[in-house]
Structures are given as C-alpha cells and as structure tokens.
Design a binder for this molecule. Structure first.
Ligand SMILES: Cc1c2[nH]c(c1CCC(=O)O)Cc1[nH]c(c(CCC(=O)O)c1C)Cc1[nH]c(c(CCC(=O)O)c1C)Cc1[nH]c(c(C)c1CCC(=O)O)C2
Length: 359
C-alpha cells in the first residue's frame, strides 16, 4: 500500500503538542528517549532478522518497531525509528552498527583535507526513506498520539564523523576545534544546511514535533558550547522556520536536548526552541529557574533509576513530577532507556507520571 502525506487521521491525544506550546493539558504527556529499543524482546526479534540500518531504511520495519512500545505502554508520543547517523551516511560516509560496539565508521574523516569526501548534493533525497516511514507511521498511528521526528545536531554529528564512532574524550574532534577552527565551522555549517533540509522534509512527510539531539555537548566547555555549538542550533531553528513560513507550512514545536550542557540552560532558552530537554544531572526546580516561564521543559529521570525496585521508582518519578508541575512540562528520562531495563519499569514510570498529581 502506498501512503501519501495527506489526509492524516485526526489527532486524539494532543497533550504533547499542547505542553510544547505552553497550553493546558489533560494529563502530563510522557514519552521515553529510545522507547523503541533493545529492552523489548519484540525489538530484539526484529533485529535478529534484520541489520540495524535495514530496519531504518525499510518503512514497514521502521514503523513496526516504532509501534512496539505503544502497544505495551500508555505513552503520549511516538518517535520515528531511525538514527542520528543517517546524515553522515547520506553525505557519503559508511556507518556500520556493530554488535556490542555501537556505530563504527570504517573510514572516518581523518583530517580537514578529507572534507571533499562529503557530498551534500542530493543528501536529503537519499534520506527519503525516513520521510516515507514518517508518512506511513502517521497513517498507522490513526491519530493515537503525535509522531516526533529527530536529527543529530551539527557538533554531535561532526564528533562521530571524525572519531569514527563513539568516543570517551572526543579528542580528535576537539583537536579540529583547536587547530582547524575555520574548517570545523565549514563542516558544522554544511551539517546545519543538510539538517535544515532534512527537518523540512520530515515536517512535510508528517512529523508533528522535532527533537534535535546534541548528545555530545558534554565534551565541550561552556565557552565552546555557547560559542561554537549553539550558533548552529539557533541557525537550524531560524532557517527551518523561514523555509516553512515561505511555503505556508505550519511550524511544529522543536525540542533541543543538549546532554551535558545544563550549564547553559539560560542561553539555550534564547534559541527560540519550544522545549528544552534536560539530562538527569539537574534538579527540576533549578532548571525551571534558569529557563524561565516561557519554555517547556522535558525530562529528566536518571535512566539508572529504572533498575530500582518498583516502589522506589514510583517514589522517585512521583517526586520528580511534583517538582516539575503540570504546566509546560513533558515527562521523559534524562537520557535514552538502557538495554537491560525491566519492562515493568516502563509501565511504572509511564503510569506514575499520569497519576502523580492526582492526590
Ligand atoms: C548518539 C545517538 C545515536 N543515535 C541517537 C543518538 C542521540 C540520542 C542519545 O544520545 O542516545 C538517536 C536515536 N537512536 C535510535 C533512536 C530511535 C528512536 C527512539 O526510540 O528513541 C534515536 C532517537 C535508535 C537506536 N540506535 C541504536 C540502537 C541500538 C542498536 C541496536 O539495535 O543494535 C537503537 C535502538 C544504536 C546507536 N546509535 C547511536 C549510538 C551511540 C548507538 C549505540 C549505543 C547503543 O547501543 O545504545 C548514535
């Protein structure tokens, strides 16, 4: 069956979007980063049969795993199954997902002289499969909950492309910043432009909210984050809004999640994003003070708390929700759910968010 990005079923639960826009909600919306993932046996089953990026590139498979957590838990959002590293792939770099290792680039960018290996021409066309999965998912969701699209932020993508995978120190990527700042900025702005086109494509395909993952912000000093990474985060928001406005396309809420950058919440609240994602390192009340009243905050239970007893988890979740309150708040973990998380912890987390303010 072919799915077209039109005549989408009406949204039945729009609490996520209302929270993002600062409107009143019926209940606190909750979703979980990496909610489609290895802690679910049905996800493992799909992965046993198909390579990671085959799942990303095959809309039927991507939709199946996107749907899996929604069948089990009373979530208020879905997030399309994909990965932030599809952009480096579309630019021409090979990325493999290796069992027990994570993403690996057999041939990373070894120096600024290799920037000409990147081919931004037509990159977004090569990511059309993500749009196809989004459109198919909007129809399959039947309006149950909104669908979130996402991307990696420029600095985080640059880090993976230079390190060739995850890195404890990001020392190669940071040495680009120190020794080749102009070339680094060239790369960051190339990634920004592709990202803007990519997010535009996702919105046209049916994404109803967008999250930008700056997961490697933790490797930068505050000064580097503010002076080097943040201007591109702003550019993404400004340029995307401009593009959508020009075409008369409705703007969707945007979330910035910069892991390890809780030192710059006040600065981030000026970027014009509707929602700021919090990592688990910061106290809710502290975060609210720093971002002010006009931004929605999302987070931020420590993923490790999902391994505690169900009673403790309930207690911690309930305390967190009470601190955040119902206004301008989206509940989530403070980073992705980890593979050995007991499934019942997801049920406890989600249901506790929904009932925490009842008494
Ligand atoms: C840094 C990053 C990546 N990918 C992503 C980030 C940013 C979020 C974060 O900080 O965690 C984003 C991402 N990756 C995945 C999603 C899917 C949507 C969702 O359910 O949230 C999302 C939003 C699937 C995935 N992406 C990956 C998996 C697990 C791999 C597998 O199935 O074999 C999933 C479900 C693999 C991946 N992909 C990446 C890494 C470092 C890894 C390996 C780490 C790990 O193993 O958990 C890059």
């Amino acid at each position: 069956m072919e799915f077209k990005p039109k005549d989408f079923p009406a949204l039945k639960n729009d609490n996520l979007l209302r929270a993002a826009r600062g409107e009143a909600v019926d209940r606190i919306p909750v979703w979980v980063m990496r909610q489609a993932g290895r802690y679910l046996p049905e996800f493992q089953e799909v992965r046993a049969k198909h390579d990671f990026f085959t799942v990303c590139r095959t809309p039927e498979l991507a939709c199946e795993v996107t749907m899996q957590p929604l069948r089990r838990f009373d979530l208020d959002a879905s997030i399309i199954f994909s990965d932030i590293l599809v952009i480096p792939q579309a630019l021409g770099l090979v990325v493999e997902m290796q069992k027990g290792v994570g993403p690996v680039f057999p041939e990373p960018l070894n120096g600024p002289e290799e920037l000409n290996r990147l081919n931004p021409e037509g990159a977004v066309d090569r990511l059309k499969y993500v749009g196809d999965a989004i459109t198919m998912m909007r129809h399959l969701l039947d309006g149950k909950v909104p669908l979130i699209g996402f991307t990696g932020a420029p600095w985080t993508l640059m880090g993976y492309m230079i390190e060739g995978g995850g890195s404890k120190t990001m020392s190669k990527a940071k040495s680009w910043l120190a020794d080749h700042l102009d070339k680094s900025k060239f790369l960051l702005s190339l990634l920004t432009n592709v990202t803007v086109d990519y997010l535009e494509m996702q919105v046209k395909a049916g994404a109803q909210m967008l999250q930008v993952f700056e997961s490697s912000a933790e490797h930068l000093s505050k000064k580097q984050f503010v002076e080097i990474a943040m201007p591109y985060l702003k550019d993404i928001r400004v340029k995307l809004h401009e593009k959508l406005n020009k075409q008369g396309i409705e703007i969707v809420p945007m979330v910035i999640f910069a892991k390890g950058a809780m030192h710059s919440l006040a600065e981030m609240s000026d970027l014009g994003y509707d929602v700021i994602g919090l990592d688990w390192s910061i106290d809710p009340e502290d975060a609210r003070k720093q971002v002010g009243p006009n931004v929605t905050i999302q987070g931020n239970l420590d993923p490790q708390d999902m391994y505690k007893s169900q009673e403790e988890l309930k207690e911690l979740t309930s305390k967190m929700v009470k601190k955040f309150g119902k206004h301008r708040y989206i509940a989530n973990l403070g980073h992705g759910i980890t593979p050995l998380t007991p499934i019942e912890s997801m049920t406890t987390f989600v249901n506790t968010v929904h009932t925490a303010l009842d008494d």
